[in-house]
Design a protein around this ligand. Structure first.
Ligand code: ASP
Length: 429
């Protein structure tokens, strides 16, 4: 029998969860049953995701940074790559923030539904408000102070200080590059292998996703029967997709036109096989071989550039993911009735950029790393339950943006270095 793809199972879990809740609502005691016997499995699933976040940051960032060994060797290409990747990512997060502040998807949830939600997720709104007040009173450089841990073990013991763990991981990665290669090798292979193991753990966790989603959806609906949640989720999905559309149809074509003077539509056609594969696999890593082929054969980028820029891009450059993380974080905050001031939103630009760099290029990784953005901005992580159901289709879209961004930057860099040939004969005709 043909294997059923995971996303179909997740979708089925979601639909069955909705169905289950609708039936439970018809019976007295149905809601209590869902709360006592079904909801805990949803909580366990979210806990699994949160559990893996810190080890994932450590392994993937240390591996990612130490893989950049070539940055020093190929310094000019390396620096250009890093600058362009950062630029596109920061643009994407800002785009996401603008759109989510215009559409305000979380405000589609009515006050009474919100109160019920807060009660059922056990979110102490007053405490959060006080924390926010404290944050406001802090000096302008408080966020910088907060990034540097005074004790790394303490930092790693709480999901709310993940930025500190990221800082430490980046520092370790850089130091690994700076010491002689043979001295760095044992630690590097340790973190390489740890990274593989963590990715496997995520794979295993994702296998339980259909059940997790079933429980989350059932609890979500049974406990807050307001249909406004679905309206809000719809608006949230529209916010993410429209942000990605701006990237795909305006931003990247604009960059191609501006920097290479090539026809952006032709460029999109040339990389479309990679985009389609990204959409269907939700993984920039799985798409990488096709991305390389499109960029070299169809676009005409020299292998010297593509073999350096694209693999790094697949692991660290995730515009779609960062945009999504910003939208999701603000959406969850809105849904819980929190007001995010400018400083917190600027903080989201930083954390979403870092979180997208740390996200693995596999399906669903962006959502695991979203925990960091939420924790850092003081947004209840329980909100993940809210967005999980629609995550897969959004993952497919954001992966297309991730891959397109890698292709765009590779083409621009190749052009700048005189390594962009004319497109192949077949493409030119
Ligand atoms: N699936 C994305 C990628 O591989 C990462 C994510 O946002 O989950 O590019």
């Amino acid at each position: 029998m043909k294997k059923i793809p995971l996303y179909v199972k997740i979708l089925a879990g979601m639909l069955l969860g909705v169905l289950f809740a609708m039936i439970a609502l018809q019976f007295t005691g149905g809601v209590a049953f869902t709360k006592n016997w079904i909801k805990p499995f949803g909580t366990i699933f979210i806990n699994l995701l949160k559990m893996i976040a810190i080890p994932l940051i450590l392994a993937s960032l240390i591996k990612g940074v130490s893989d950049l060994k070539d940055v020093s060797r190929l310094s000019s290409m390396g620096i250009r790559t890093v600058v362009f990747y950062l630029f596109t990512t920061v643009f994407a997060v800002s785009m996401g923030l603008i759109i989510v502040n215009i559409i305000k998807p979380g405000y589609a949830i009515k006050e009474e539904t919100r109160t019920q939600m807060l009660a059922s997720y056990g979110v102490d709104a007053v405490k959060k408000q006080q924390e926010a007040e404290l944050q406001k009173k802090a000096g302008p450089l408080k966020f910088l102070e907060d990034i540097v841990p005074d004790n790394v073990v303490k930092a790693a013991s709480s999901n709310t200080t993940m930025l500190q763990v990221i800082f430490f991981a980046l520092l370790l990665g850089v130091a690994l590059i700076l010491i002689p290669e043979e001295r760095a090798r044992p630690m590097k292979s340790f973190f390489d292998s740890m990274n593989d193991v963590i990715l496997k753990v995520i794979d295993l966790i994702m296998k339980t996703a259909p059940f997790g989603v079933f429980a989350l959806m059932a609890a979500l609906i049974a406990e807050s029967p307001g249909w406004d949640i679905f309206k809000a989720l719809g608006k949230y999905a529209v916010s993410v997709v429209s942000g990605i559309a701006v990237l795909l149809f305006v931003f990247y074509p604009g960059l191609i036109l501006l920097f290479t003077r090539r026809n952006p539509f032709q460029f999109i056609r040339q990389i479309s096989p990679a985009q389609l594969l990204a959409f269907s696999t939700s993984s920039s890593a799985a798409t990488l071989p096709v991305t390389m082929e499109c960029i070299e054969k169809n676009v005409g980028v020299d292998n010297e550039v593509s073999s350096f820029v694209l693999p790094i891009g697949a692991t660290v450059n995730m515009d779609g993911t960062s945009l999504y993380q910003a939208v999701a974080a603000v959406f969850i905050a809105q849904a819980f009735g929190m007001h995010l001031d400018l400083q917190t939103q600027l903080g989201i630009i930083l954390t979403a950029t870092l979180a997208s760099i740390g996200s693995a290029a596999v399906p669903g990784a962006g959502m695991v790393m979203l925990v960091i953005v939420l924790a850092q901005a003081g947004i209840p992580e329980a909100g993940l339950a809210l967005i999980f159901a629609v995550d897969r289709p959004l993952d497919m879209c954001r992966t297309v943006a991730n891959v397109t961004s890698d292709c765009t930057v590779a083409t621009i860099i190749a052009h700048g270095m005189g390594k962009l040939e004319h497109p192949s004969i077949t493409e030119r005709s």
